[in-house]
Design a binder for this molecule. Structure first.
Ligand SMILES: Cc1cc2nc3c(=O)[nH]c(=O)nc-3n(C[C@H](O)[C@H](O)[C@H](O)COP(=O)(O)OP(=O)(O)OC[C@H]3O[C@@H](n4cnc5c(N)ncnc54)[C@H](O)[C@@H]3O)c2cc1C
Length: 459
């Protein structure tokens, strides 16, 4: 990128909102995945019009632009793999409007998930997707990856809450999608096209989200199992029982051991643990649901079931679950963290078969995840300076994706495709669907300037 282009970018966003300093560019080389590539410059736009001008320029001069939120993505979708400009959206942080009677908020994309939670709390409302990275990730990143979290089984994922968007298209046009209504059957659903598009089709500059009244009563419990199969069957049984828990999480024995040995937690030495939360608007409602869940747990050979006696005790359990990934990551210098998802009835098969598959490669691994919506996180730790370990990880990951897709599952329940899963798109999508995705990319971005190299979209 030559100095004239850099000066033109400064003219658009102002000097304090532009950088080409090495220390910044190294930071922008990464997200939370195992991929990296340094950009030539980064800019912090503060208005949609600036984004528009930058994209017009990018088409004229042929440089790539990669939108970015907080850089917490696990799939490399925010890594500027072809260099060019990183468009950091973290200075567009206004919560523009909270409309409680309409059950809606309008936000800019750089608003951090937890900041929206804080703003909604006094009204007794919440935005349910709740990714574990919520303290730092942005709502723009959540929409662009269709993020989910531990409440997915009952409350769904980001796409279930996006009512409308303002998007700057790759050619610089500013477009509004959706409506302010709770429902609409008007025209193609352009909003959904951009949710989960990982910054490849447009830059999201404003988001209208549906919000929910926050349940006021919860019950939390843990159940222990001596086999993964029993734990998996309990998950399926609970989801068929007529009760939908607000949280239904599973941890395998390696995760439990990692939390005990490296996470300072005092957990029993068992093969699998399930954590459950039920919620409602009265104690009776939440307790009734938990009693039904406990019955299913017993029927599926739970060796121990314990309800949290207090909110503090429940908080301790959720802390254990939320730190599972970061504690396991300490076992080696590098890790891959997948988010494969299967139909709920296939959870027992996926759990046991991932475990059998990865065990043969003799690398540390853990499996935990949002079992209630069929979403598991196998995480394999390794050292990327050792070619033999890299080869083993690649083989294990391929096998996990293959068996997931053979079970009728998807490569990604919440993290997106990015760079990490791009080579495996053919395992899940048929050739016609892949061709249509590539045609849409070409239609909207004929010069391939917006986040190129991702999702296997290049022709
Ligand atoms: C510890 C940890 C826990 C996590 N837990 C979860 C979890 O529970 N659930 C989950 O779903 N994910 C989880 N993640 C992954 C990650 O936090 C999510 O994918 C999140 O949605 C990314 O948000 P971000 O702001 O960091 O986006 P980034 O990583 O910066 O970007 C992600 C993608 O969105 C695009 N993008 C960002 N902003 C815009 C915009 N305004 N317009 C267009 N495209 C844009 C980028 O180009 C990129 O393709 C976790 C990550 C970590 C590190």
């Amino acid at each position: 990128m030559d100095d004239r282009i850099k000066q033109a970018l400064i003219d658009i966003v102002g000097k304090p909102n532009f950088t080409d300093s090495l220390i910044d560019l190294v930071s922008y080389s990464y997200d939370a995945s195992d991929h990296d590539h340094r950009p030539a410059a980064a800019a912090w736009p503060t208005r949609s019009e600036q984004v528009s001008e930058i994209l017009v320029m990018a088409n004229e001069h042929g440089f790539p632009v990669t939108p970015r939120g907080a850089g917490t993505g696990f799939a490399g979708s925010g890594v500027p793999v072809r260099g060019g400009l990183v468009l950091d959206m973290c200075r567009m942080i206004r919560i523009i409007d909270i409309r409680i009677p309409d059950r809606q908020v309008i936000v800019e994309p750089g608003v951090v998930y937890a900041d929206l939670e804080k703003a909604l709390s006094p009204y007794g409302f919440f935005f349910p997707p709740d990714p574990a990275s919520g303290k730092v990730c942005t709502l723009g990143g959540n929409v662009a990856t269709n993020a989910g979290g531990i409440k997915g089984a009952k409350y769904g994922v980001t796409k279930d809450y996006v009512l409308g968007l303002e998007v700057v298209l790759p050619d610089g046009r500013i477009m509004r999608t959706g409506s302010r209504c709770m429902k609409s059957s008007s025209g193609y659903d352009l909003t959904r096209l951009f949710v989960g598009s990982e910054g490849t089709l447009g830059v999201i500059t404003q988001i209208t989200l549906k919000i929910n009244p926050r349940p006021t009563a919860t019950r939390t419990a843990l159940a222990l199992f001596s086999t993964l199969k029993d734990a998996g069957r309990a998950v399926t049984g609970i989801m068929h029982s007529g009760v939908i828990p607000s949280v239904l999480e599973i941890l395998d024995e390696n995760t439990i051991r990692a939390l005990s040995e490296h996470g300072g937690m005092d957990l029993p030495d068992v093969t699998a643990m399930i954590l459950i939360e039920t919620d409602g608007y009265t104690d009776t409602e939440a307790s009734y649901q938990m009693s039904k869940v406990a019955q299913v747990l017993r029927e599926n050979n739970a060796t121990h079931i314990q309800e949290a006696a207090s909110a503090q005790e429940a908080e301790k359990l959720w802390k254990a679950r939320k730190s599972a990934g970061s504690v396991a990551a300490r076992l080696r210098a590098n890790n891959v963290s997948e988010d494969v998802t299967v139909p709920i009835s296939k959870v027992p098969d996926l759990l046991t078969r991932i475990s059998e598959t990865v065990r043969k490669y003799d690398l540390p691994f853990v499996i935990f995840g949002h079992a209630g919506d069929g979403n598991l996180h196998p995480k394999i730790m390794y050292d990327r300076t050792d070619p033999e370990q890299v080869r083993k990880v690649q083989k294990a990951v391929y096998e996990i994706f293959k068996l997931t897709c053979d079970l009728g599952g998807t490569l990604t329940g919440e993290h997106g495709i990015g760079l990490a899963k791009a080579p495996y798109m053919h395992l899940e999508h048929d050739p016609v669907a892949l061709d249509l995705m590539r045609s849409l990319k070409v239609l909207l971005d004929p010069n391939n300037i917006l986040n190129p190299g991702k999702m296997n979209l290049d022709r």
